[in-house]
Structures are given as C-alpha cells and as structure tokens.
Design a protein around this ligand. Sequence first.
Ligand code: NAI
Length: 283
Amino acid sequence: MEIKTVMVIGAGQMGAGIAQVCAMAGYEVTLHDIKEEIIEKGVFAIQQNIYRAVEKSRMTEVEAEDTLQKICTSTHLHAAAHVDVVIEAAVENMETKTNIFRQLDEITPKHTILATNTSSLPITEIAAATKRQDKVIGMHFMNPVPVMKLVEIIRGLATSQTVFETIEAMAIKLNKIPVEVRDYPGFVSNRILMPMINEAIYSLYEGVASKEAIDNVMKLGMNHPMGPLTLADFIGLDTCLYIMETLHQGFGDDKYRPCPLLRKYVAAGWLGKKVGKGFYEYS
Ligand code: NAI
C-alpha cells in the first residue's frame, strides 16, 4: 500500500519529532493537538531543528523550506478524513488513546492505518476500540525522534501482515531501523529501561546517593550517554509514571511498583525538561 499523507496526533515532544521526520521523508503531514498554542510550540521546535540542520549543512535551504511546507496543522480530528496513516502520540493514558482511536475509526477512510506511539500500553486493547483491528499497530519511536534510529513495531493480536509490512517499509523510509517486538507491557525498550530509571529514583528516595552521584555512576561506570535521572527528565516524569503503572498492572509483580518520589514529583507538576523542572532545572 502506498502512503502519501500522514496525520500525527499530539504535538508534544514525540509528536513534533515524528511530524518532522515524516515531512523530511516526503510525506504530507498534518500535525494535530487539542490547543493551537501547543501546536505552535511543536511547529517552533520543528523549525528550530530544521534551521539547525541547515546551519550544519545537513540540509539545503530549499530542502528545509520544502520540508516545512509539507506540514500543516489542525485542532480538529476531522482533518484525518483524507489521510493514509495516523500516528497517535498523545499522552500515555489508555482512556485518552481509546477515545482518539474510536473517533478516528469513524472519521478516516477504510484503508487508513491507525498506528500508536505508545511506550507501554497493549496494542490489542487500543485496537479493540475500533472496528478495524487488522489496521491498528504499534509504531514506537525513541526520543529525540530525529536523532534516534530505533522504531519498535508491535502487532496487535489481529494486525494484518500487509499493515505490518507497510509500517515496516514506512519506518525504513523515515531512515529508521524497525525492530519487531511482541505485544507485552513496555515491549522490550521500556520493560528494561523503565525499571532501571525507577530503581535510580528509589536510590535517590532512600538517600543512597545524590542525584548527581547516581547519574555519574551510570554515565562513568556503565558508559550510558546520560544518567537515569536526567533521562527521566528528558522522557517526562508523567510518562515514566504511566509506564511504570502499566508494567505494574500488566505483570502484577511488585518489582514494578512506581517509586513514591516519582508520584510526588508528578503530583507537584515537576514533569521534567518539558516544563523546566524535574530532578534538575532547565532554562
Ligand atoms: P507530551 O506530554 O510532550 O505530549 C503529549 C501531547 O498530547 C500534548 O501536547 C497534549 O496536549 C496532547 N494530547 C493530550 N490529549 C490529547 C487528545 N485527546 N488529542 C490530541 N492530543 C492530545 O508527551 P510525549 O513525550 O510527546 O509522549 C507522547 C506519547 O509518546 C506517549 O504515548 C508516550 O508514552 C510516547 N513516547 C514518549 C517517549 C518519551 O521519551 N517522552 C518516547 C517514546 C514514546
């Protein structure tokens, strides 16, 4: 199946990045969110990235203009009426996602593939909100999207082989490397990463070491490019909490219990880099 038009739902850190790489690969993109000012922020982030690429001679000015012109915006889900693929990157919450998928199932043409960038939620359950379970699939990008090579591709129970192959080919066209993963909570990436981050937060909570010390141990001792608390700030502490809750609920094992300190930070609105404050402060 040939894909020409893509809609990205959610213009946050992931949605903006996904819209950017889709436009760079030549797709016509509609970037959707619930509020105009959020979309403006998302488009601004894309422009900054593209202009930086021109400065570093990774893109010509003409290519930059072409890319930016491929992105239009909308606060109405009805803009999905003419797209071939939707990639949903709204908040990591099952009710929000199933609501969006239920509406998309009504609005989009029969052939439209509905993909979700969920970090941890069951694809099969999201698909069950639609009458096209064969056309629902997980397409899990990594943060920051323009930089990171991996896309986890997750089939729901009913996802068709054609849809899987179409999305796999699309990921390659986006200059990414697709890896197939089965539909279990957190897939592979967050099943391994998030308990490590949660354990780092427990180490801080129990006073084992300072935040800087915890990050330094993992950077200098394990050769991680950034420490787990910094990484948590970059991911978003609300997203980290949602993922830990999904793992805890999905596996029913207490080893996935979210750290109370993580809950406290989220309750305080200290969600990490995107709001300027998490474990660290950002200007
Ligand atoms: P974010 O908080 O930056 O953005 C989420 C966006 O969704 C917000 O702009 C919000 O206004 C919008 N939104 C909320 N309800 C909506 C609705 N009903 N319709 C349309 N838009 C709506 O979150 P982020 O980090 O971009 O995460 C988005 C998704 O990507 C989540 O499912 C998350 O688990 C996943 N993800 C996140 C990664 C990360 O490192 N932050 C990595 C990979 C996946």
